[in-house]
Write a protein that binds this ligand. Structure first.
Ligand code: S3P
Length: 177
């Protein structure tokens, strides 16, 4: 049985869509930290940010991850900023193998521009905010992941296949014990 598979990456990188495909291909159950946080708070993400601010949202994310330690057979899509806390990165290591899903910035920005669900991009110049946040987070995605999948030009199904191949490679390269 494959381990838990975690997707990290910037907003709009396709973590939920590709994650659902991977769940379908592996028989794992699909979970999404944004959904878990919303269920915990009984509010959608923009309302949590508006009513309580980002730190409160981040605390809820950490709480959800703590609840997941020990779980088996899941694909977990994570909110784009979840990896910012060192505590969360340590929790991810306990939970499963981590895939950084990435794509060219223009492709990702086009996707996130299609809706207004992302409070962090509700600024005067969303593209400038997007570029600044993405640039600042790149090293953390790299450090927090076991490997990267570039989904530029790939369908969700193709990206899912690349992710599963990467998981198998990662497991084969790990010392057994
Ligand atoms: C965030 C990404 C969002 C959501 C929240 C904050 C971020 O999730 O968790 O709006 O800090 O990048 P997606 O990556 O699923 O859009």
């Amino acid at each position: 049985m494959l381990p838990n598979i975690i997707f990290i990456g910037f907003m709009g990188s396709g973590k939920s869509s590709v994650g659902r495909h991977v769940a379908g291909m592996t028989g794992h159950r699909f979970l999404d930290t944004d959904d878990l946080v919303s269920q915990k708070a009984k509010q959608d993400i923009p309302s949590i940010f508006a009513a309580h601010g980002e730190e409160y949202f981040r605390d809820l994310e950490t709480g959800c991850l703590k609840d997941l330690v020990g779980i088996c057979g899941v694909v977990l899509a994570t909110g784009g900023g979840l990896i910012l806390r060192e505590e969360n990165r340590a929790l991810l290591k306990k939970i499963g193998v981590t895939v950084w899903l990435d794509a060219e910035p223009d492709v990702i920005f086009e996707r996130v521009s299609r809706n207004s669900r992302r409070p962090l991009l509700a600024t005067e110049n969303p593209r400038e905010t997007f570029d600044r946040l993405r640039q600042a987070r790149l090293p953390t995605y790299e450090a927090a992941s076991d490997f990267r999948v570039d989904s530029t030009g790939l369908t969700h199904a193709q990206a899912a296949k690349c992710a599963i191949e990467g998981i198998r490679r990662t497991l084969n390269s790990r010392p057994r014990g």
